[in-house]
Design a protein around this ligand. Structure first.
Ligand code: CDP
Ligand code: MG
Length: 512
């Protein structure tokens, strides 16, 4: 292997058990080389004892398309001289029937797939041919195993794994976060038998790298976007290109930013929240003071997602607005800062989002912006066990605090002006984000101690104060969406009248 001279800790800890054929469940922090940790032994084994006459020795499953693609690329560049045949099987492609044809007519050494698309193959008209491709399967890898096993993929995963050949195969399951519950669930996919659990976390060690500085800012929802903008701006000042370090970049919001190495990922609760934020941030007066903006989430076409991920990967400086589609596994080099706006869906998700920075020993910083009502999140037991966060501003009278506040106020004015245009030109982006707010915070209602009435009140206030909704009635919502969220009969909703055709809107509103 030309690229690396040394194994990382997790690679060193797993290579022997993996090569000796053990089924292993592995926990190691984000960005510590788990990908090569499973690829290396799987490939070694396949090369030592090829499957004859033919069949696919290695199947890797990943929860997202982008991660599947990245794993394939890693496998390819790991052994560029070899003639390993690698195929990525995911949804979102232009021509599924041609994909299937290619999958069936060629031989593969490694199939990297998302469970959904492989399940389609296994249940489609050519299912027998599809699962016969895995004749002689030697190694099954579940990357981000806890995400794959957390229930969201149950049907597809069960479908796929139950159709794999019954011959003995080796299981390699990997993640940065593995709860006791997942350890139990994992057994089910290991023929009910024990596996070897390997963790590189020291006892009582927090799950987050010590070299990532993490902090929180508690501020009302309506100040989240101005605060975000101020932080983006400060990060671009903090990371000047080497040749400009001698002169302090003069910069105020509204002027063109300096050349910077600031590379930031910003996470929002849902895809619709990302769309809304993109709408605001890409207004002329705001975007000119920031590094280039990109967005990635499930409401974008796959080609737009792939393009954004590629552009961010290669960028020296950029801002990627993201939903949880890019929270796990993706290895973007050089991310200086991860900002989370609003509560993540779980402590695990917090860890994975934060893990997009400070990879492979690099430095990084994490900031989470919360509404006062979201504060209980970081005092939950899971968060306490996982990490320690401190206030971003330790002393309100400091220079730092004043500087931040000045930027927030300047940006608040720009945001205010932009919102008027957004609500006039693109009310649907607000309507959709409103429904998403309801859907997402319904799921968080217990922690926030919100009744359904309170949830609706908060959503209505959010539409007005955060998104600049000006109508007297809140954005309209379909009866179907109301039903699915269990909000039937709750006061304060503006339910669409029945004769209007229902749009297929509700189901995916919590989509990533
Ligand atoms: O999966 P995990 O979050 O643990 O990390 P990864 O996506 O495998 O990324 C690890 C990073 O470390 C990649 O950029 C690798 O190129 C790099 N690396 C490695 O994987 N193994 C080494 N021995 C040295 C570096
Ligand atoms: Mg990984």
């Amino acid at each position: 292997m030309k690229r690396f001279r040394f194994l990382t800790e997790v690679q060193a800890a797993t290579i022997e058990p993996a090569l000796s054929g053990k089924d292993i469940l592995v926990q190691a922090k984000t960005g510590t080389g788990k990908t090569i940790g499973f690829l290396l032994p799987a490939i070694e084994k396949a090369l030592r004892s090829p499957v004859r006459p033919k069949g696919t020795p290695i199947l890797v499953l990943s929860p997202t398309r982008e991660l599947a693609q990245q794993i394939s690329t890693e496998a390819q560049t790991l052994l560029p001289q070899s003639d390993l045949r690698i195929i990525t099987v995911t949804g979102g492609t232009r021509n599924p029937s041609t994909d299937l044809q290619k999958f069936l007519e060629r031989d593969h050494d490694i199939v990297v797939a998302t469970p959904g698309r492989l399940h389609d193959y296994f249940t489609g008209p050519r299912k027998t041919e599809a699962y016969e491709k895995f004749h002689g399967l030697q190694t099954l890898v579940l990357d981000e195993v806890d995400r794959l096993l957390d229930g969201g993929f149950a049907r597809e995963l069960d479908g796929v794994i139950s159709m794999l050949p019954k011959t003995k195969r080796q299981n390699l399951f990997f993640s940065a976060t593995i709860s006791n519950n997942i350890k139990q669930v994992a057994k089910k996919y290991n023929d009910g038998s024990e596996y070897t659990f390997i963790s590189t976390l020291k006892e009582d060690e927090m799950n987050v790298h010590q070299h990532v500085h993490q902090s929180y800012i508690i501020t009302p929802f309506e100040k989240h976007i101005p605060t975000l903008l101020a932080l983006l701006h400060l990060d671009s000042i903090k990371h000047p290109l080497p040749h400009v370090t001698t002169s302090t970049p003069s910069l105020s919001p509204g002027t063109t930013g300096p050349e910077t190495l600031s590379k930031v990922m910003v996470f929002f609760p849902t895809a619709r929240h990302v769309s809304f934020a993109m709408e605001v941030l890409s207004s002329e007066s705001i975007k000119k003071s920031l590094p280039p903006l990109l967005e990635i989430h499930s409401r974008k076409s796959q080609s737009a997602r792939t393009k954004a991920a590629g552009a961010f990967k290669n960028a020296k400086s950029a801002i990627l607005l993201s939903s949880d589609v890019a929270a796990r596994g993706i290895d973007f080099p050089g991310v200086t800062l991860v900002i989370q706006v609003g509560i993540p869906s779980s402590a695990e998700q917090y860890v994975h989002r934060l893990g997009r920075t400070a990879r492979a020993g690099a430095k990084g910083q994490g900031i989470i912006i919360l509404d006062p009502q979201e504060q209980p999140f970081y005092t939950t037991r899971e968060m306490q066990k996982t990490t320690t966060i401190s206030p971003y501003i330790s002393s309100p009278s400091s220079h730092e605090a004043k500087e931040l506040e000045t930027y927030i106020q300047t940006y608040a004015q720009h945001v205010q002006n932009t919102l008027e245009t957004v609500s006039a030109n693109n009310p649907t982006v607000i309507g959709s984000a409103y429904v998403s707010f309801l859907g997402y915070y319904k799921g968080q209602a217990r922690m926030m101690k919100w009744s359904s009435e309170r949830l609706v009140e908060e959503a209505n206030r959010y539409a007005k104060q955060v998104m600049g909704w000006t109508d007297a009635l809140p954005p309209a919502i379909s009866p179907k969406a109301v039903g699915m969220m269990g909000l039937k009969g709750v006061r304060g909703l503006n339910i669409m009248k029945p004769p209007r055709p229902e749009r297929e809107q509700s189901r995916g509103d919590r989509r990533q």
